[in-house]
Design a protein around this ligand. Sequence first.
Ligand SMILES: *Cc1c(COP(=O)(O)O)cnc(C)c1O
Length: 391
Amino acid sequence: MRPLVMIPGPIEIDEAVVRAMGQPPKSHLDPELIETFGRALDRLKEVFFAPNGQPFVVAGSGTLAMEMAVANLIEPRDRAVVVDIGYFGARMATILERHGAHVTRVRAEPGKVPSIAEVGAALDHAATKLLAITHVDTSTAARTDVAKLAKLGNERGALVVVDGVCSIGAEELRQEEWGIDVALTASQKAIGAPPGLAILVASERAMEVWGGRKAPVGSFYADFAEWLPIMTAYAARQPKYFATPPVNLIEALDASLALLLAEGMEARFAEHESIARVFRAAWNALELRPLPARDEESANTLSALYYPPGIGPTLVGAVRAEGVVIAGGLHPDLGPKYFRVGHMGLCRPSDVLTTVAAIERALARLGYAPKPMGIAVAAAEAALALENGSP
Ligand SMILES: *Cc1c(COP(=O)(O)O)cnc(C)c1O
């Protein structure tokens, strides 16, 4: 039987998205494909809360979206500040340095986030071209306060780039209202499509800064100059070629965005908060300690939990044997000490219970059973009932 995939991407996807994906590829000049591509671009602006934003959808992964943001906005010797809360913050710093930026990393212990004052001090240290923020770091499940940090960046005149790969589509993010210049993600995370698309939305200010560059963009494939005419054409329901779009993925993306918007973004945000509370109740019952030190700095899109005493990375395989796929640790300092459970997309109450039960059973099989069997499932059931307002 197919296992339930509960990792922080790729995630379980809706049947409608699978169907959109599983057709013979259309021509990228096909009128139906043109309509689908244009509609997906329109829908992205709604999902990002960026009615005046410029979306880019390019074959690649989230890392390409990060590099596109940097390659187009940074010129050699520009100064950048990175709010570095884990594995992906470190990656952002590396990409910035590769493109010639002088980078100051404002770091935090795994599971923590830097204070607003620390980020403010780094911005005040010298003129800063770009402030990069990871919304949710998938290696720790810590979540930054993007609204506050972006405001800080705006006040200092820095462009604000948000890595929302583990958040956009599930955690509240309002690009224009919050003053975010580039918000970026990938198709296989909370967006709910298969992997393969780098997705970013640039503000008018970001496009102006890019337009005023002196140095050429240091990447041919990532250059906005190549992609802007393509995105503008499809948005106007005209075809245009630069590099072959992954047509099936574009159709899958459009289908997944349609589902997101049909439910409504506010409902999505609330649903993920609710799911995270239910999972937290189950982890508490199992006495599993989360990496994030504080609930208000904890992601709603995934859980990161220390292995309990006597348990190690063999747990991942044992949970797989119970029919659920979870992930090991990713943070370079803590990798073998913890595991992760993704809950950023489709996640029905029954999926929550299946996941909790599989983890509870696997822990017991490996010799960790501090409580009567079933206590975590019972805690999840009780929390679900509370969330739904029923007994
Ligand atoms: C997954 C992830 C990335 C990288 O995305 P890929 O599609 O694996 O390249 C970057 N940042 C965050 C926060 C992520 O969760």
